[in-house]
Write a protein that binds this ligand. Structure first.
Ligand SMILES: Cc1cc2nc3c(=O)[nH]c(=O)nc-3n(C[C@H](O)[C@H](O)[C@H](O)COP(=O)(O)OP(=O)(O)OC[C@H]3O[C@@H](n4cnc5c(N)ncnc54)[C@H](O)[C@@H]3O)c2cc1C
Ligand code: SF4
Length: 462
């Protein structure tokens, strides 16, 4: 065994997986996990923990994996995280825990994410269930949204004995974990639903098909229904568009809509009557993780897919692993290219897209080099479907129906980072609704901080 290298993880062959929705990565088995755990130095000053927003005792759980006591490892992780099977699969570990791992100074860091995933999968297969609070305190708290922020906040409050109800607008809980991230990266039945069930087992109630701000307002929950505090984890689900001619044509989707139709309406299953027009030649505009997910989904639905991105490969905001997987599967990249018009036939269906070449200028306020148009460089690519993946912002429904709730110019709710307190007493918020589109683990950290803030607020009020 070369201790400088990670124990390799088995994956589905790229050619095979490009035509199915089965999970790409198989994860470690028990002996691979123990071998990888043995690479960890169990540092006294474990730098990896400084890179984990929810402060999992990383050397603590890895020590148990190495010893083969997987239940003990699961108990260590459960103290800090309600969604380890999710995080082990989708967290950007390379820029978090693994980015700080001492083992990574010489050689490759410990594969912390894959070890977390192994422990979480072992827990599921062996019926491990996190412990509920011994006693309830009878105080009611409402949580808006069942994404990672809401679920984490709800789980932590339930562990403290609160009577927690999560209100979710859609018919399935999970937020982006359920309707955004595709099945081949995050299986819904075995991973997402199982971890949501574990949150329910802590005593959390989840009511779906309830749109806060329409079905009932936050003011009504607090003034008429006896909720003493509310946590808003409603995410950032409103897609952005470019504002170019032809963007309203048939065959133009936001990535959110395309992925939701695939994930929630099971566009990829033959036994479902799918309402999606999958497309034969698809252009995905944008270069983030969401763009890679949309491109790889379109590919699996049978299309020839190109990603159109206005900067170069070095500036692609998607995780390196996602870009690598997309390329391996056959997604093509038009880099330094920006759409200027979507072309249609006389019935309004997409037939092509005019794009313009770009070059990189001076760095902008984000630190990345600004794309500058190359005059006279326009050309047309033949496509029948365009998926816009340009980012999202929070839906203003809640802020516009809740008295005294301050938002900023990006329509995000203004809340304290350390406890989620908003401008409205008793109302807390966190996750994408506050930060704009970010990551699962940052939403979970915000959910944890919100639970702590609510507990302190209610203890002070009692
Ligand atoms: C396609 C895609 C891929 C991604 N991939 C990754 C990845 O690989 N790794 C990573 O770390 N992050 C990834 N992200 C980002 C990550 O998923 C989000 O940052 C995270 O889910 C935010 O969590 P949240 O709880 O704040 O919001 P969400 O997950 O958006 O959940 C909010 C929930 O609130 C509900 N809601 C909204 N309004 C109301 C209302 N008025 N009443 C009731 N309910 C309401 C919504 O229906 C939703 O279920 C991805 C995002 C997308 C879209
Ligand atoms: S920094 Fe790396 S080697 Fe050290 S405890 Fe954390 S995972 Fe193990």
């Amino acid at each position: 065994m070369d201790v400088l290298k990670k124990v390799p993880v088995r994956e589905q062959d790229a050619k095979v997986r490009a035509a199915n929705f089965e999970e790409v990565c198989y994860g470690y088995n028990a002996s691979e996990a123990r071998e990888e755990a043995a690479r960890c130095l169990k540092c006294k000053n474990a730098k990896c923990m400084g890179g984990c927003p929810v402060s999992i005792d990383i050397p603590g759980f890895i020590r148990e994996v190495e010893a083969g006591d997987f239940e003990a490892a699961a108990n260590v992780i459960a103290k800090a995280s309600a969604l380890p099977a999710v995080c082990g699969r989708v967290c950007p570990q390379e820029s978090q825990c693994e980015g700080k791992c001492i083992r990574g100074i010489k050689g490759e860091p410990v594969s912390i994410g894959k070890l977390e995933r192994f422990v979480a999968d072992w827990s599921r297969e062996n019926g491990f269930v996190p412990k509920a609070a011994a006693e309830k305190n009878g105080r009611k708290v409402a949580v808006v949204g069942s994404g990672p922020a809401g679920l984490t906040c709800a789980g932590d409050l339930a562990k403290l004995g609160y009577d927690v109800t999560v209100f979710e607008a859609l018919h399935e809980p999970g937020g982006v974990l359920t309707y955004g991230i595709p099945e081949f990266r995050l299986p819904k039945d075995t991973v997402v639903r199982m971890e949501i069930d574990n949150v329910r087992k802590l005593g959390v109630k989840i009511e779906t098909d309830v749109i806060i701000g329409k079905s009932v307002t936050i003011d009504e929950l607090m003034e008429e229904e006896g909720y003493e505090a509310v946590f808003i984890g409603s995410g950032a689900g409103l897609p952005k568009f470019m504002g170019i001619p032809g963007e309203n044509a048939n065959g133009v989707f936001s990535a959110n809509e395309y992925l939701t139709r695939s994930n929630l309406m099971k566009a990829f299953r033959e036994d479902y009557d799918t309402p999606i027009v999958a497309g034969k030649k698809v252009a995905v505009v944008g270069g983030g993780n969401v763009a890679m997910d949309a491109a790889r989904t379109a590919l699996r639905l049978g299309a020839e897919v190109s990603v159109v991105y206005r900067r170069s490969e070095a500036e692609l905001p998607a995780r390196v692993e996602e870009v690598h997987h997309a390329k391996e599967e056959g997604v093509m990249f038009h880099l330094l290219t920006n759409p200027v018009e979507i072309l249609t036939d006389d019935k309004g269906w997409v037939t092509g897209m005019t794009v313009r070449k770009m070059e990189l200028g001076e760095p902008d306020e984000s630190g990345r080099r600004r794309p500058v148009e190359v005059p006279g460089s326009d050309y047309t690519i033949e496509v029948d479907t365009v998926i816009m993946s340009l980012g999202t912002s929070p839906n203003p429904l809640i802020s516009s129906t809740t008295k005294g709730l301050e938002i900023n110019r990006r329509k995000c709710i203004v809340a304290e980072a350390e406890n989620g307190q908003t401008s409205r007493p008793g109302v807390f918020a966190g996750g994408d609704a506050v930060t704009g589109a970010a990551t699962v683990i940052l939403a979970m950290e915000a959910g944890k901080n919100g639970a702590k803030g609510i507990h302190e607020y209610l203890c002070g009020k009692a």
